[in-house]
Write a protein that binds this ligand. Structure first.
Ligand code: PEP
Ligand code: MG
Length: 580
């Protein structure tokens, strides 16, 4: 038996058999060839290109009815790149020169082409990098015809153990079969953690070396409430955890009794408690946990799940479904926030030293107006089917916002001309997750109807601490006085301009932060659906006067440790029901 402590990221207890998952199950082959084998290797390339082309043609034909002209052009351009004779020539030449297998040559040619496109300094050419990687992924898939073990194909219940997982792994895995997650890497606000909470899968991340101690088939326990993993538990330990699991489930059920009650403080301040979702399938859970609406729909998963850019029509259908299902409750859909760890499988946006600070989110969208406008059009078309709010992520300043609002207007006018009905009063808001936006929030507030503070990124950028990195997780501190002061500034600036301000980062669902956020003056909190009942119970147990009082005290303090200790003691004195 071995106990291992990590970062608790998703509550609940799972007891089951481990399944070790490694992204490297199939590594890209690397071997030397003789000059006599060049022709054979080139034939392999040629045949893989042909299969990739057939795949694109099939895709184009299958969805041609739903696709707009732009999406058609997008696929046509991939076909042209695939069949470009100079591409084949480069492969042939490098096969002869390097005498390596086709997979390695493909990697080196693509890398070379990427560098050249990057070096042009021309935006149009740089944007082609993403297309280049997309076609390369297709060719590689056909070259390595072995089938990768897919988490979507899991047939037996298991606890997923991995060094690290990508959001695309979690979104596409067979969620009915994964009852727990344990990984070496990862932090509390990583997207894998967020997804585990959304799908209500107990998870402990940041265990450092759990993969060294567990083998597929080992019995293990994942205790997401305590951040503990137990490998090969003895009889007594297992019995104790079976009891803990039952008690936890009972506690969860009791909290659901609050579903019909409002999140109202004892002195009558009503807080909007909403849910964050990644995929439309989460709506049942959102409603079951008594959410007042959806405060953050991370639309990028609509792109990550199928591994390609969806058509305007596909997006419209998804947005319409979510809006109709939640009606009359509001749904805040955030536009495409790709980048960082959220990548479309196999599509690398280009070589970047600092992807977290790089060509991502609205920066990517503004450089690909074709892709961005297909989303804006889909959102506007869906706006008449429910209570929609549109939210833009990663805004860093007013210029960016102006450019986005212009594209939104352009899309509205286009739809108007094409005869679509659109709700012209859709509230438009932005996320405050970049410090420069927070410091200029007085200026930005004049342009939008609401703010939502994205603490996951705001803290990352503010403290310069990677939210994914377990080694420096101790620095990722929501109660850092710098973070609290900045949040206060944003709230004051928003209220100064008469607009509401919410929070949709993970801090909004943290039981220790709830009273502080009330005292700071937030109007809305949006979190994983599973966290709503407990936060509601806290809100219903306090007054705004209590909350302002504790905020008054902590804003005088100098260190996060001091604040952490003070808040924990304050909470423990008043609440005995908090589970984690
Ligand atoms: C955030 O940054 O706080 C946020 C909600 O967005 P994401 O976690 O998707 O980056
Ligand atoms: Mg963010």
């Amino acid at each position: 038996m071995k106990f291992d402590k990590g970062i608790m990221v998703s509550p609940g207890i799972a007891i089951g058999r481990a399944f070790i998952y490694s992204e490297d199950i199939i590594s890209i082959p690397d071997y030397d060839i003789s000059p006599g084998q060049v022709a054979y290797e080139f034939e392999r390339f040629d045949s893989a290109v042909e299969k990739a082309a057939q795949e694109i043609i099939k895709l184009r034909d299958r969805i041609s009815n739903e696709m707009g002209e732009k999406e058609q052009k997008f696929l046509e351009s991939h076909l042209l790149m695939l069949k470009d004779p100079s591409f084949a020539e480069q492969i042939n030449e490098q096969l002869r020169r390097q005498e390596k297998n086709t997979e390695q040559i493909l990697l080196s040619v693509i890398e070379n082409m990427t560098t050249k496109l990057n070096d042009t300094g021309n935006d149009y050419f740089r944007e082609r990098i993403i297309d280049l990687h997309d076609i390369s992924r297709r060719i590689m898939g056909h070259l390595m015809y072995q089938k990768k073990i897919s988490l979507a194909d899991l047939k037996e219940e298991c606890i997923l153990v991995a060094h690290n997982l990508l959001p695309s792994d979690v979104i596409s895995m067979n969620k009915r079969m994964v009852i727990g997650i344990a990984t070496d890497a990862g932090g509390k606000t990583s997207h894998v953690a967020i997804l585990a909470r959304s799908f209500e899968i107990p998870a402990v991340l940041g265990l450092s070396d759990i993969t060294k101690f567990v083998q597929s088939g080992d019995e293990i326990i994942v205790d997401g409430n305590e951040g503990m993993v137990i490998v090969q538990p003895d009889k007594n330990t297992k019995k104790k955890y079976i009891g803990n699991k039952k008690a936890w489930q009972k506690h969860e059920l009791q909290l659901l009794n609050l579903n019909e009650l409002p999140a109202e403080t004892r002195d009558g301040k009503l807080i909007q408690l909403e849910a964050n979702i990644e995929v439309p399938e989460e709506i049942d859970s959102v409603l079951a946990h008594g959410a007042d609406g959806i405060g953050l729909y991370r639309s990028e998963f609509l792109y990550i799940l199928p591994g390609r850019f969806p058509s305007e029509e596909e997006q419209f259908e998804a947005y319409r479904y979510v809006l109709e299902s939640m009606k009359p409750k509001s749904v805040t859909i955030r536009t495409l926030d790709l980048g960082g760890d959220k990548i479309i499988p196999g599509v690398k946006p280009g070589d970047e030293t600092n992807p977290i600070l790089g060509w991502r989110s609205v920066r990517f969208c503004l450089s690909r107006p074709d892709i961005f406008k297909s989303q804006l059009r889909a959102l506007l078309r869906a706006s008449v089917y429910g209570n929609l709010k549109i939210m833009f992520p990663m805004i860093s300043g007013i210029e960016e916002l102006n450019d986005i609002l212009e594209l939104l207007d352009e899309s509205k006018n286009e739809l108007d001309r094409e005869g679509y009905s659109v709700n012209n009063d859709v509230p438009v808001g932005i996320m405050i997750e970049v410090p420069s936006a927070a410091f200029t929030s007085d200026i930005l507030a004049k342009k939008v109807s609401f703010f939502s503070i994205g603490t996951n990124d705001l803290i990352q950028y503010m403290i310069a601490v990677d939210r994914e990195n377990e080694r420096i997780a101790y620095l990722y501190e929501p109660f850092h006085p710098g973070v609290l002061r900045l949040i206060k500034l944003v709230i004051d600036n928003a209220h100064g301009q008469g607009i509401p301000v919410g929070m949709c980062g993970e801090m909004a669902g943290d039981t220790n932060s709830a009273v502080i956020l009330l005292g700071l003056g937030l109007d809305e909190l949006s979190m994983s659906a599973i966290g709503i009942p407990e936060i509601k119970k806290i809100i219903r147990s306090v007054t705004i006067a209590d909350a302002e009082d504790i905020v008054g005290s902590i804003m005088e303090m100098k260190s996060y440790r001091e604040i952490d200790d003070y808040v924990k003691a304050w909470m423990e004195e008043r609440f005995d029901f908090i589970s984690y």
